[in-house]
Design a protein around this ligand. Structure first.
Ligand code: FE
Length: 342
C-alpha cells in the first residue's frame, strides 16, 4: 500500500539535511508540507476551507479544480507520477468510479471513522463523505399540499399525471438515486416506478436542477426531485417563489442523500499529510466551512447545519451505504434507458 522507502533515498535525504544544517538552515522549514488537491468542487467553495487549513497548520496547498471526469482521466494518465495527494469530488457514484480506476488509497483512520457516519464512507476506506446533499421532492405551494405527498415512488401515481418534472438521467445525481433504489427495493419495482415517473412527465427532462425548480415555480409542472442546495440558492435570489421542500419516505427508508467527499490518492508521496488534511476536513473546525458554503449538511453528526439550511426542517435520511450508488450505477443507467428516461 505504502511505497517502500529505499535506503538510497534515505541516504540522499540525510545528505540534503546535513548540507542544509551546515548552511545554518533548519531542514524542518523545508519540510513544511505542501499538498496538491485535485477538486471537482468549484474553487470558490473549496479555496476558503483550504486557506484556513494553511493558516492553522502551515501546510501549503496547491489547488487544481476541474470536472470530476476530467480529474479522473488526468489522475489515471499521471499514474505514479501524479502530483495529487487528495481528490475531492461530489457524488458517491464519482468516488466509486475513482476506486474502480484504481486512483484512491485505502485509508484506515479512527478519526475519520468517528467523524463520518458509516453509510457515508467507503467500507474499504478509499473515500469519505465530507458533506451531505439531500435529493428530495420539491413542490409548488399554490398547487400542492404537503399531505398530497408521501414517497418518491408515489410520484408515479395517476394523480401526478402531467405534473412531474425531472432532470435528465445523464446526471450522476439521478443515476445514484436510481442505483440506491435498485439496491433497496429491487430491480423490478424500480423499473415500474421509473416507468410511472416517465408517464407523468409534464415536460421533457431538464438539464439542471435549477431548471426543474424554475419550471415548477412557473407552473409548468407541480412537483419534482432536486438537491436541496439548488432550492436554497434559487430562494436566496427569489424568496417569493411558490416552492417548498418535502421529505419523502419518512416511514420507510428515508430521504436519498449523497455526499461530496474525498480520498487520498493511491500515488501520493505524502499519505500521512494528506490523511491529516482529510481528517481535519471532517472535524468540527472545518465542517461548517465546508458544508455551509454550498448550503449542504455537515456529515459529522456533532456539527449543526447553517441556520438557513436548518430552517428546511429535519428528516430521516437513507442510511444504506452509498457505495451501492457505485456498484449499481451501470444497472441504473441501463434501467433508465430501457424505461425511456432520457
Ligand atoms: Fe450540484
Amino acid at each position: 500500500m505504502f511505497a517502500v522507502v529505499r535506503p538510497r533515498f534515505v541516504r540522499i535525504a540525510l545528505l540534503i539535511s546535513l548540507v542544509l544544517i551546515s548552511f545554518g538552515l533548519n531542514p524542518a522549514l523545508f519540510a513544511a508540507e505542501e499538498l496538491v488537491v485535485y477538486s471537482a468542487r468549484k474553487e470558490h467553495l473549496i479555496k476558503p476551507v483550504l486557506d484556513r487549513y494553511t493558516e492553522e497548520t502551515g501546510t501549503r496547498i496547491i489547488l487544481l479544480t476541474d470536472k470530476a471526469a476530467t480529474l479522473l482521466v488526468r489522475l489515471k494518465a499521471e499514474g505514479p507520477n501524479t502530483p495529487a495527494d487528495l481528490l475531492i469530488t461530489v457524488d458517491a457514484g464519482n468516488l466509486w468510479q475513482a476506486v474502480e480506476q484504481g486512483v484512491l488509497l485505502q485509508v484506515n483512520s479512527e478519526i475519520l471513522k468517528e467523524n463520518v457516519p458509516r453509510h457515508l464512507r467507503d467500507p474499504q476506506g478509499h473515500w469519505f463523505g465530507l458533506s451531505i446533499r439531500a435529493r428530495t421532492i420539491v413542490y409548488n405551494t399554490e398547487k400542492v399540499k404537503p399531505s398530497d405527498l408521501s414517497t418518491y415512488e408515489a410520484l408515479g401515481d395517476a394523480v401526478w399525471e402531467n405534473r412531474l418534472c425531472l432532470r435528465t438521467s445523464k446526471k450522476v445525481y439521478n443515476q445514484s438515486l436510481v442505483a440506491m433504489m435498485i439496491a433497496e427495493i429491487g430491480q423490478e419495482k424500480t423499473e415500474r416506478i421509473i416507468k410511472s415517473w416517465i408517464n407523468n412527465l409534464a415536460a421533457a427532462v431538464f438539464s439542471s436542477d435549477t431548471k426543474v425548480l424554475e419550471a415548477i415555480a412557473a407552473g409548468q409542472c407541480d412537483v419534482g426531485i432536486v438537491n436541496t442546495y439548488y432550492f436554497g440558492r434559487l430562494l436566496r435570489k427569489k424568496p417569493d417563489l411558490p416552492l417548498a421542500l418535502f421529505w419523502p419516505n419518512q416511514d420507510g427508508r428515508g430521504v436519498h442523500v449523497n455526499i461530496s467527499g474525498a480520498g487520498v490518492t493511491k500515488h501520493s508521496k505524502k499519505t500521512n499529510a494528506a490523511t491529516a488534511l482529510l481528517e481535519w476536513l471532517s472535524s468540527k473546525d472545518a465542517q461548517n466551512l465546508f458544508a455551509d458554503s454550498n448550503m449542504e449538511y455537515p456529515v459529522n453528526p456533532k456539527v449543526k447545519p447553517a441556520s438557513e439550511v436548518a430552517a428546511w426542517g429535519t428528516f430521516k435520511q437513507d442510511e444504506n451505504n452509498l457505495a451501492k450508488a457505485g456498484t449499481r450505477q451501470k444497472e441504473a443507467i441501463r434501467l433508465m434507458d430501457r424505461m425511456g428516461y432520457e
